[in-house]
Design a protein around this ligand. Structure first.
Ligand code: NAP
Ligand code: MG
Length: 482
């Protein structure tokens, strides 16, 4: 299987003819190839997208009425559901995620498309009170061409939340998927063409981040960039974009804490806490990767969680176990390195899952690990590991818990488990995070809920209605009529 870029509703060969191997993380073996895009390919995609918008918003995409845009997005959502299994199989093979996770991703993508389809004809401006003799109104106009740099952990969901919202706001899109997760995105662009999106509305250029991604960040035809990925690459993209005053939305992951108090309902909390770190083998930006436990229930909670960790199984996606392999050799080495470092520092392992015998030894499998008594300043408690590794930390009281929770560079999501309603709210106000969950925890999902970080977790908001505003340019029109 050799895939080309998808530009202007046609498969187009990479400018320089170069390709990249697509690796199956379950075996470490290549099974397909994608185009290794460069600046010329990005240029071609931007030209196609600008063609869809037209020089004066008179192109075939820009002239669709809001109701027509909504109809297309609804049809797109239906087609994604129809092709759900095909997309999930493709994604599981490409990224190693368990099939059930990939199926959920396809369903959530369809939900994003339906949500934003429903928003299209409700994205209106305001009339503003001003000096006598004036009428002033605001209009939310499309930006033009938006760029979308998508990571490999939840390609379909992230495509849904950023491309779905941008199309709803009336823009045309140029997408650069991660080299490790391009296949589902290419198929999604093809499906969009099949349901009737005009040429240039959605374009996909595959390749390396340092080549195709960097070219997208630097392209003067792109008026807005949505980036999800690491803090370092996010800052690089934002710096490049800043040179031409191009706004960015950066979603940069986290080290999200869950605070477990002694009055919490443990039967309800523990399965959710486990899932929040195990889901997608811990490769989730909002993974609950730190568990802060009140000291008087610490031993009891560790014991119960350790049992659950010991029962976790990692194996090939088709076996649909708790976890598939990690996405690539680099991530595998990184996660293993951080686990080994923590062990060598003497941080105790309280529980460890297993890799099943059916898993190929050349695959990128990592068992789940529960560390206890993790010093809050250790790398294990400070760095985003992006693997199934949970750091348990004891705390004494509310003040102590908040201090530890806020004591990392990140601020994406936080969870509070308590039956004391006032405490839940009090802490929600004190925690530095873009989302706080009380007596639940939503790693991913929640298409209606604005999502994004503070501090090193990034800026701007995706998901929900809020995301739409970021994809528009607000114009104020002041009319003097006397
Ligand atoms: P990354 O470098 O930030 O990659 C994210 C996206 O940016 C990918 O599409 C990547 O393309 C692209 N990219 C890379 N370099 C670029 C550049 N110079 N200009 C423009 N785009 C560029 O992340 P990674 O190396 O895959 O993973 C490293 C760590 O990042 C992980 O361990 C994890 O901590 C974090 N991460 C977070 C999220 C999240 O959801 N917040 C997602 C993924 C990773 P290529 O992959 O093709 O190079
Ligand atoms: Mg792959």
């Amino acid at each position: 299987m050799e895939f080309r870029h998808f530009i202007g509703n046609t498969w187009s060969a990479p400018d320089n003819g170069a390709t990249l191997d697509v690796i199956d993380p379950s075996t470490g073996e290549p099974f397909a190839a994608i185009g290794r895009g460069n600046a010329a390919d990005i240029d071609a995609a931007v030209v196609a997208a600008r063609g869809a918008m037209g020089e004066a918003l008179d192109g075939p995409w820009a002239t669709r009425s809001p109701a027509e845009r909504a109809d297309l997005l609804f049809a797109y959502a239906a087609a994604v559901l129809e092709h759900g299994d095909e997309l999930a199989q493709l994604e599981a093979r490409d990224t190693g995620k368990a099939l059930k996770t990939a199926r959920t991703d396809a369903a959530v993508l369809a939900r994003y498309l339906r949500y934003y389809a429903g928003c299209v004809d409700k994205l209106h401006g305001e009339t503003l009170p001003y000096t006598t003799g004036f009428t002033v109104l605001t209009i939310r106009e499309p930006i033009g061409v938006t760029g979308h740099i998508i990571p490999w952990n939840y390609p379909m969901q992230i495509y849904g939340r950023s491309v779905g919202a941008s199309l709803a706001a009336g823009n045309a899109c140029v997408v650069k998927p991660a080299e490790d997760a391009s296949l589902s995105i290419l198929r999604l662009a093809e499906i969009a063409a099949e349901v009737g999106f005009p040429a240039g509305a959605i374009n996909v250029v595959t390749g390396l981040g340092s080549e195709a991604g960097a070219a997208l960040s630097a392209n003067p035809g792109i008026g807005h960039i949505s980036f999800t990925g690491s803090t370092v690459t996010g800052a690089l993209v934002a710096r490049t974009a800043a040179d031409r005053h191009c706004p960015t939305v950066l979603e940069l992951g986290g080290k999200s804490p869950q605070l477990l108090f002694d009055d919490a309902d443990l039967d309800e909390a523990l399965p959710v806490i486990l899932n929040a770190i195990v889901q997608n083998a811990g490769q989730t930006c909002s993974a609950g990767s730190r568990l802060l436990i009140q000291r008087n229930i610490y031993e009891q909670v560790i014991e119960r969680l350790a049992e659950r960790f010991a029962a976790l199984r990692s194996g090939p996606p088709a076996m649909d176990l708790d976890m598939g392999p990690l996405v690539n050799a680099k991530q595998h080495a990184r996660v293993r390195g951080l686990v080994q470092l923590a062990e060598s520092e003497g941080i105790p392992v309280a529980g460890r899952g297993k890799i099943v015998v059916e898993a190929s030894r050349s695959g990128f499998f990592q068992e789940a690990v529960l560390f206890r008594d993790v010093p809050p300043q250790s790398r294990l408690a400070q760095e985003e590991i992006f693997g199934p590794v949970l750091a348990a930390i004891p705390f004494d009281d509310e003040a102590d818990a908040v201090k530890i929770a806020n004591g990392t560079p990140y601020g994406l999501v936080a969870g509070v488990w308590t039956r004391d309603g006032s405490r839940g709210l009090r802490l929600a106000r004190k925690l530095q995070a873009g989302q706080v969950f009380i007596n639940n925890y939503g790693a991913g999902g929640g298409v209606e809920l604005p999502f994004g970080g503070v501090k090193a977790s990034g800026h701007g908001r995706e998901k929900g209605f809020e995301a739409l505003y970021g994809f528009t340019a607000l114009k104020t029109i002041a009319i003097k009529h006397g």
